[in-house]
Design a protein around this ligand. Sequence first.
Ligand SMILES: C[S@@+](CC[C@H](N)C(=O)[O-])C[C@H]1O[C@@H](n2cnc3c(N)ncnc32)[C@H](O)[C@@H]1O
Length: 285
Amino acid sequence: MLLREVLHFLDVQPGQVVVDGTVGGGGHAAALLERLGDTGTLVGLDRDPAMLELAAEKVSGPNTHLVHASHADLLDVLAELGLDHADRVLLDLGLSSDQLESGRGFGFGTDGPLDLRFDESRGEPAHERLEALEADEITRALQDYGEERHARAIAAEIVARRDGNPVRTVADLVAAVESAVPGKVRRDSRKHPATRVFQALRILVNDELQHVERTLEHVLPAALVAGGRACVVTFHSLEDRLAKHAFRDEARWENLTNKPTTATPAESRVNPRARSAKLRAATRR
Ligand SMILES: C[S@@+](CC[C@H](N)C(=O)[O-])C[C@H]1O[C@@H](n2cnc3c(N)ncnc32)[C@H](O)[C@@H]1O
C-alpha cells in the first residue's frame, strides 16, 4: 500500500542497510530489494511466522535476512546480524490481507477461533482474555483502542454470555456485538458494527501500541544513522498520533511530511483499505 509514496520518501540507494520492520507478504520488501542492488542488505521482520514464510517467496538471497521478531526488538536483531546501523526503516503497521483471511480471528468474514495474536507462541488468545477481564477492563480496551461508542453495552453482553454461551469464536463475537448495538446504529453505519471491536481486541492482545511507541521513541532514533530515513504507514488515528508526535521532535528528526500523505483515489478504488492509510516520513538528524 502506498508503494510509490514509500519508495519516494525512503529514496533507497544501492549498498544501504534497509529494514522492513513489518515485512508481511513481502510486497514492499521486494521493491526495496530491487533498489538495493547486490551490495545492499535487507532485513525483514515480522511477529507472525506465517507471514515470514510468505515473504520468503518474494524476497531471498545472500543479503536478505528474514527474522521472526517485533520491530521493537530491531536493535537486538541488528546486533545479532553484525550490523551497527540502518539507513532506512519502513513500518507498514496493522494487518495484511492474508492475515484477514487466515481463520485466526482477524477478520469477521472468516469464522474460526477468536485468537487474534500475531505470534501464537506467546501470550493468550483473545477469547481467553475476554473470559478473564472485568467488564470495565473490556469497556476501556474497546474505548481506548477502538474508539467504540457502544463499548459499555458490548462489554456487558460479552460478560453476560460467559454463563452458558461464552464468546470463543469470530461468529460468537459478531453475534454479541450485533445484539448489543442498537439496530438503527447498525443499519446507519457504513462499517460493520464489529469493525472497531476486532481492531481494539487485536491491539490489546498484541500490545500493539506499546511496540509502536517503543520503536518510534527509542529504537528508530538509535538504529538509524544521521541522514537515515524512517517511513511509517498507519491505519488508525491512534498509531498516526504516535508517529506524528515522534517526528515532531526537532532535535532528532527533520519531518518530511507536515501533513500525512494518503492514498490516491485510484489506489483507494482498487483497495478500499487504503482509504485509511496515512504515511509519515522523517530524516534522522
Ligand atoms: C500491513 S502488513 C505489511 C504488509 C507488507 N508491507 C507487504 O508489502 O506485504 C503488517 C505486518 O506487520 C506485522 N506486524 C504487526 N506488528 C508487528 C511488530 N510489532 N513487529 C513486526 N511485525 C509486526 C503483521 O504481522 C503484518 O504481517
